[in-house]
Design a protein around this ligand. Structure first.
Ligand code: GDP
Length: 370
């Protein structure tokens, strides 16, 4: 009745309205908890009973407060990004907040990259992207939280770089931070201890502490929603059709100038001009429908078929889907045109090509990774 209740696990203010926000507790669980005098939010409940951490997001304001509080600590920052969506992984202002604290950059979802890609190239590229966002990582690690690939190695690196300090794991939503924390939890101490160390009733800690052997912790923090993700334009099954789920099998298309490829209805690639026919290699989710057509027909085709042949988005959601925006590139070497969150097309030297994506989703060019 207007009385504020705090989760005894994490200290978050308990609320029953927003499933994805901090402190969410189903009404029935809240009532039960009040009777027993022990209210856990759903996130802490799942952590206690299933050893599993659920993703949770924060508003911009609260997230800034959280970052500010981290900047006041002497710690190692572990910054998790999705290697398929680096732009959509950027935390606004992170470089201003980490202060002098070292940042270990972790590129997640390595399992979806074809084996032919050199890890060193991906690492160098990721470091450059971080640098241009004003972040100078002390090191770059590539992992797959889902398959557990190199999570061991990451933990060794964290141990090396933390130098006896606390560790804060930060990342925007959808990059796989919760999956990573779950992998870490599986490898670390018992869950009981985990909850005890984060039990500070009445304070909003917004964090889960995983105790380390020297009295310090690995701290999981909530993610912030980064609106420039392809993910935010899609729902449920649509998202699985676009986000690479398993190792990508590259597909080669022999294109003439003035030909277009549609990636469902979510993106588009044009070979605008060049000296004749070339092979273009597409790296995207294996089940995503790719449709080839003539450039001159492309616009009309899109209008006619968006939501049916060109899907996702599905028919009933196509009117809410933002229009595609064009980004033109002229290549002077073999390059990848990257549509973030979706994948990329490897294009030859000396051609003019265009990548199209929903407004806000970034399209960029890089030297070819393969
Ligand atoms: P969070 O919002 O950052 O906590 O992200 P989640 O851990 O909830 O993961 C977001 C989505 O990415 C889920 O569909 C995960 O299954 C998927 N995911 C997470 N880690 C990996 C990974 O290493 N590889 C792949 N292929 N998918 C991953």
């Amino acid at each position: 009745d207007g009385e504020v209740v705090h989760c005894i696990g994490c200290g978050a203010k308990v609320q029953t309205t927003n499933k994805d926000a901090l402190g969410y507790t189903p009404k029935s669980a809240l009532e039960k908890g009040l009777q027993n005098g022990e209210v856990y939010c759903q996130r802490c409940f799942r952590l206690r009973h299933y050893n599993e951490i659920a993703p949770v997001s924060l508003s911009d304001d609260d997230f800034l407060k959280l970052l500010t509080s981290i900047s006041g600590t002497d710690s190692l920052i572990v910054y998790v990004v999705d290697i398929f969506d680096v732009n959509g992984s950027l935390i606004p202002g992170l470089h201003r907040f980490v202060g002098d604290n070292p940042v270990l950059l972790v590129g997640n979802k390595l399992d979806v990259l074809p084996a032919s890609i050199k890890e060193r190239k991906v690492r160098d590229w990721l470091r450059q992207r971080a640098n241009s966002a004003g972040i100078r990582p002390i090191d770059v690690e590539l992992i797959s939280a889902k398959t557990n690939f190199d999570v061991d190695h990451l933990l060794d690196q964290i141990e090396k770089y933390r130098d006896g300090k606390d560790v804060y794991v930060v990342g925007v939503t959808n990059v796989g931070k919760s999956t990573l924390i779950n992998a870490v939890i599986r490898q670390s101490t018992g869950i009981k201890e985990l909850i005890t160390t984060s039990r500070f009733p009445g304070t909003t800690l917004d964090r889960i502490d995983i105790p380390l052997n020297d009295g310090h912790s690995i701290v999981d923090t909530p993610g912030i929603i980064q609106p420039e993700q392809m993910a935010h334009h899609l729902v449920g099954k649509e998202l699985n059709l676009v986000t690479p789920q398993k190792t990508i099998k590259p597909k080669i298309y022999q294109l003439n100038p003035e030909q277009t490829l549609f990636f469902g209805g979510v993106a588009r690639f044009d070979y605008d001009s060049g000296d004749g026919k070339h092979g273009f290699t597409v790296y995207a989710e294996n089940n995503l429908y790719i449709h080839r057509t003539k450039l001159e027909n492309a616009e009309a085709f899109y209008e006619k078929h968006l939501g049916d042949l060109l899907s996702p988005p599905s028919e009933n959601r196509k009117d809410d889907f933002p229009p595609l925006e064009r980004h033109e590139f002229k290549t002077s070497q073999k390059s990848d045109v990257v549509i973030e969150g979706l994948g990329w097309v490897t294009v030859p030297s000396d051609v003019v090509v265009s990548g199209w994506a929903p407004k806000g989703v970034s399209v960029l060019i890089r030297p070819a990774m393969i």
